[in-house]
Write a protein that binds this ligand. Structure first.
Ligand code: GLU
Length: 333
């Protein structure tokens, strides 16, 4: 992109609170989601026209709690096509915040471009007092228009912070500071200027094994959440549902209650991969740490939270079936 022209950015609208509408300015929890068209959202932020030439596409209009594999694959396909176009310098996706971290991670692992792709949402609808969507979206446009954002993987911007799609997790139901990364943000956007302080260390986009692949379908992977008194019946029911793998969101560092071990080993004997993760939200689950994974032929998640480990594992299972190869994926991405 030459510095003498404004970059061309395509904004894909998918719905969420950023496209919401409340009956009054104090409605920050009870309001309609996914109603305002992306074109209208952008018209209300005139500062964006000063930094980029913008095209919009309303690709979905739904709460992200409804997103499944079909929506992820559709978004990947559309964004990949846009990134291949020499006239497109970057892509922004407006998204409900609930599963924004999952979509961002999926795109981080599957898009084959160094061009900026930024996923953005809002915690308050545009009609609310102190709505966060307009500044979040402006910051997303700044990032997508900036050559500094190139080759850093998919970025999530919220509350002035730039997060790597790999690390970011939605971690509050209502605060504007809802997005957090265990290692901190990559940087900030302040007054229309991005500042980066660190880079993602794990493989992504052009260095990911899935970025060059056609993916038409993803296998089913389920998550079972541990708690005091958790019943082995939860594992048996999940196994019967036809999943290829179960991620067990275990307690602490990946501890498994004694009567759950048999149920998980039984599921493994039936050909279902078992992954030990943690419900704590951060930290490492170490292979052969709290449980003998080699002996049981189980996997350990490394540092990923269960719902994002699920995204990685669905992709891993499109290529590999051997435990060793699947474990390598958790250590590399
Ligand atoms: N239903 C919304 C979603 O799409 C609510 C969350 C939000 O956008 O903040 O995820």
């Amino acid at each position: 992109m030459s510095s003498s022209r404004k970059p061309n950015i395509v904004v894909l609208g998918t719905g969420g609170t950023i496209a919401g509408h409340g009956a009054s300015t104090v409605n920050t929890a009870a309001y309609a989601c996914s109603v305002r068209p992306i074109e209208q959202i952008l018209i209300e932020i005139p500062a964006i026209a000063l930094i980029a030439n913008v095209k919009t596409e309303q690709v979905l209009q739904m709460g992200s709690e409804n997103f499944g594999s079909a929506q992820l694959l559709m978004l990947r396909k559309r964004i990949a096509a846009l990134l291949q176009d020499d006239e497109v310098d970057g892509v922004v996706v407006t998204h409900g915040t609930d599963t924004l971290d999952e979509t961002a991670y999926f795109l981080h692992l599957t898009l084959n471009s160094v061009k900026p792709v930024v996923i953005v949402g809002a915690m308050r609808p545009p009609t609310a007092l102190s709505a966060d969507g307009p500044l979040n979206l402006y910051n997303a446009m700044v990032l997508a228009a900036s050559p500094e954002s190139q080759a850093k993987g998919i970025l999530v911007v919220a509350n002035d912070e730039i997060h790597s799609a790999r690390d970011v997790v939605k971690s509050s139901t209502f605060k504007l500071e809802a997005f957090a990364s265990p290692y901190g943000p990559l940087g900030y956007v302040v007054e229309g200027r991005p500042s980066f302080y660190r880079l993602p260390a794990r493989r992504h986009t052009v260095n990911s094994i899935w970025s060059g692949s056609e993916i038409h379908q993803l296998p089913e992977v389920g998550i079972v959440y541990a708690h005091g008194g958790v019943s082995p019946a939860a594992i048996a029911a999940m196994a019967r549902s036809g999943v290829s793998a179960i991620i067990y969101a275990a307690t602490g560092s990946g501890n498994v209650a004694a009567d759950m071990v048999d149920a998980l080993r039984q599921a493994r004997a039936e050909g279902i991969h078992i992954v030990r993760a943690s419900r704590t939200g951060s930290g490492i689950v170490m292979r052969n740490g709290a449980q003998p994974d080699d002996r049981y032929d189980w996997l350990a998640v490394d540092d990923q939270v269960p719902h994002k480990a699920r995204i990685l594992l669905m992709l891993a299972l499109t290529r590999y079936t051997a435990t060793r190869e699947l474990q390598d994926v958790f250590q590399a991405y």
